[in-house]
Design a protein around this ligand. Structure first.
Ligand code: SF4
Length: 336
């Protein structure tokens, strides 16, 4: 430690935002190397989860706080002040809201500072210097935010000035070249980490297409509808009803497990095939059309009619025999 830095009288505690990727993991290692007691914080919503963060904290042997961020991110999707990235990702507003929440937890639980794994200029929208400053200022916690991987390229933070963190042991990483991170990973003995891409569905083109379609027809108020976007194939019928058809056994099981009272679950009477789901209140025409989709995806090569069982959750069941839906209608109704 620098000689002119006075050793803090208490154990320094940092709250580090962790996605589970390499950068945030390295930020934790850099801080722990100088004796900071680190707790990881990750956010959970219909668009991102804490799976990778859990794996990372298990490897690191540190505690993880998982914070429900659903209402916040759904609010931002309606009107992000700083707009969207290439998908439906309101990254600047999202980072701001995450840091604001992290600051509240820091204050509530007595942490000394918040840290992130951001690397200056690594990402075009959210990690330019201007964006980092906007996010820090709008979060309300600018002085207590530390970015250990790029700290030497950024102004000194309050925890550094206060002697809680030794600035000379922070890093000066920047740009898109990730070789320095890989070298640092070797230095810290980190061999197992996910690729940088992925983790947030709001950046995945196919998912975003589904979400945009949902917003256009139904808005963002149906939480279950949003959660279901990651499952199965989705089709918008001419009536406006959206139906789901499972793609595989896992989808079929998830669709059945999630079916709600009044919804119809459709399965082939014989042999393997997909499970279909029709929303409560759908017309008998829509149910019949959905049955035709189930028959179509049960055997793509057959034009023969098929028999299905339509079960109303919490109600009765009926059997019907229908011809497979015409290919043209499949394409007209398909939501990516
Ligand atoms: S990628 Fe997703 S989780 Fe990350 S800041 Fe952007 S919107 Fe938020």
């Amino acid at each position: 430690m620098n000689e002119d830095i006075i050793a803090p009288k208490h154990k320094v505690r940092g709250l580090v935002l962790l996605s589970g990727g390499l950068d945030s993991t390295l930020a934790i290692c850099v801080l722990r190397e100088q004796g900071v007691e680190v707790t990881a914080l990750c956010f959970v919503s219909p668009f991102f989860d804490d799976r990778k963060a859990r794996q990372a904290t298990d490897r690191l042997g540190i505690a993880l706080l998982s914070e429900n961020f659903s209402e916040a991110i759904l609010g931002l999707l309606r009107a992000p002040k700083h707009g969207f990235g290439a998908g439906m990702n309101p990254c600047i507003d999202c980072h701001t809201a995450m840091l604001r929440r992290a600051g509240e937890i820091m204050q509530r639980d007595g942490y000394d500072f918040i840290a992130t794994g951001e690397v200056l200029d690594q990402r075009p929208m959210s990690q330019r210097r201007k964006s980092l400053d906007v996010v820090a200022n709008e979060s309300g916690w600018a002085e207590r935010i530390v970015r250990p991987l790029s700290a030497l390229l950024l102004p000194e933070s309050a925890p550094e000035r206060e002697g809680l963190i030794d600035r000379s042991r922070l890093r000066a990483l920047s740009g898109r070249n990730r070789k320095p991170q890989f070298a640092l990973a070797v230095q810290y003995g980190i061999t197992d980490y996910p690729t940088p891409a992925g983790g947030c569905r709001l950046t995945e083109p196919n998912y975003v297409a589904r979400l945009r379609e949902l917003v256009a027809h139904e808005g963002l108020d149906d939480r279950r509808g949003i959660d279901r976007l990651r499952l199965g194939r989705h089709f918008r019928l001419a009536s406006g009803t959206r139906i789901m058809i499972g793609r595989n056994a896992a989808d079929n099981a998830a669709i059945e497990a999630d079916a709600q009272p009044g919804e119809r679950v459709i399965r082939a009477d014989a042999g393997p095939g997909p499970t279909g789901l029709v929303p409560a209140g759908a017309s008998s025409e829509d149910v019949e059309t959905a049955a035709a989709f189930v028959v179509r995806y049960g055997d793509l090569r057959s034009e023969a009619p098929g028999s299905v069982c339509v079960m109303t959750v919490g109600g009765g069941q009926e059997h019907m025999t229908v011809s497979p839906i015409a290919e043209k209608l499949v394409e007209n109704c398909r939501i990516k």
